[in-house]
Design a protein around this ligand. Sequence first.
Ligand SMILES: Cc1cc2nc3c(=O)[nH]c(=O)nc-3n(C[C@H](O)[C@H](O)[C@H](O)COP(=O)(O)OP(=O)(O)OC[C@H]3O[C@@H](n4cnc5c(N)ncnc54)[C@H](O)[C@@H]3O)c2cc1C
Length: 466
Amino acid sequence: MKYDVTVIGSGPGGYVAAIRCAQLGMKTAIIEKTSLGGTCLNVGCIPSKALLDSTEHYHAAVHKFTEHGIDVPEVNVNMPQMIKRKADVVSQTVKGIEFLMKKNKIDTYYGFGSFISAHKIKVEKNEGGVEEIETDKVIIATGSMPNTPASMGYDGERVITSTEALEITKVPKRMVVIGGGVIGLELGSVYARLGTQVEVVEYLDRIIPGMDKDCSKELMRSLKKLGVKFHLKHMVTKVDALKTKVKVAVQKRDSEDTFTLEADYCLVAIGRVPYTDKLGLENIGLKTDDRGRIPVDANLQTTVPGVYAIGDVIQGAMLAHKAEEEGVLVAELLAGQKPHIDYNLIPNVVYTWPEVAGVGQTEEQLKEAGISFKVGKFPIKALGRARASMDTEGMIKILADASTDEVLGVHMVGPRVADLIAEAVTAMEFRASAEDIARMSHAHPTYAEAVKEAALAATGDRALHM
Ligand SMILES: Cc1cc2nc3c(=O)[nH]c(=O)nc-3n(C[C@H](O)[C@H](O)[C@H](O)COP(=O)(O)OP(=O)(O)OC[C@H]3O[C@@H](n4cnc5c(N)ncnc54)[C@H](O)[C@@H]3O)c2cc1C
């Protein structure tokens, strides 16, 4: 077969690139070695959110229903059913991608893809046999995998990654999470809500380090209330997996102080690494950088003409929506269009409860860049909507340029801020001022009113309900 474009990897980067290429009239193939949808649909975004939603319901039933005037005699966790529902959500979503591939007349090859040359790809088919396909252009979208250094003793049984943490069918008594980033905290809160004693060991002096400092503090306060224990400025030196438990040796940073944590599981959540194993990059003279990423130019083209790379396998945030935007960008470039991505406006979200979301610059980044800015903050607890739903934790913060009033960053902790951040992205895309947001009508009562109030606060001391 001869294709205009062949995409290797069908995560949110790859399958979106394939759809956009097909929409633009290119004959397109996609190669996937496991299941359509990649990390995101199968072992990432979707299954983790399914478990976050299930456990949030459970937690509300145990801790909030009585106050709402709902007496439930006994609430029990049915873990196998929870995991089954999650698996059903995944399989429905994967089927949706299969449908989209067919609808867009994209040829799907299930197997391992590797380069013979820049225009010839070998597919070792899952069903057996090898096929070679010819192609004009290639998009590498092979994604990433969990980082599991040897010192962490990953065994997939007691020392696990996010992939195995999505499959546990008995509520653990204790879990140690290595890493206070997004994945560790989301999965940590899944289990903390179910009653597991979760302890997070983080090397840095705060959790979710890439996000705004105030958001880190707010989230840590909320997670502590949930019962999560934190060991900031600590590092794990050794993990010993025994038959039914793990022993985790922890050392205080810049000190000789050590202690051992015992738990049913140790979740290693210290980040992900680009995946290019056996891809045959050497056959086309392509080298990865010191962090295993495929170097690309501003058009996401590699050093080999006609070979592009997108998503987790290249530089930048490891986020599904970043991968998607890059997939669209490459497809449109190949069609002769002039697309553009503003990486500053790719939002970051943590789906704990309260949720955390941010876009644009943080206070620390603005200070470092020497940009003068104003801060407008509004607490979620001052909203009528938040009191009605009993979700009063968090705040919204808007950072605006001190002289032009242009919104430079928006950072949120609170209920449904994962969805609320879209307003900030829209406003910033259109280069709105804080005044613009402050003058827009926001439905009452909603959580979105906090965005307007924070904008009012940023434009002067004008917040109305504080
Ligand atoms: C637990 C967890 C939760 C997450 N939650 C979120 C979230 O809420 N929001 C968010 O934005 N991001 C989230 N992420 C990150 C997100 O999943 C990734 O950023 C995203 O999946 C990257 O997309 P991608 O297309 O680059 O690669 P991937 O999704 O990793 O897909 C790559 C695909 O390529 C296939 N492949 C690799 N090599 C080959 C080969 N040689 N031949 C054939 N196929 C191959 C793989 O099997 C895989 O299916 C989460 C990740 C995890 C682990």
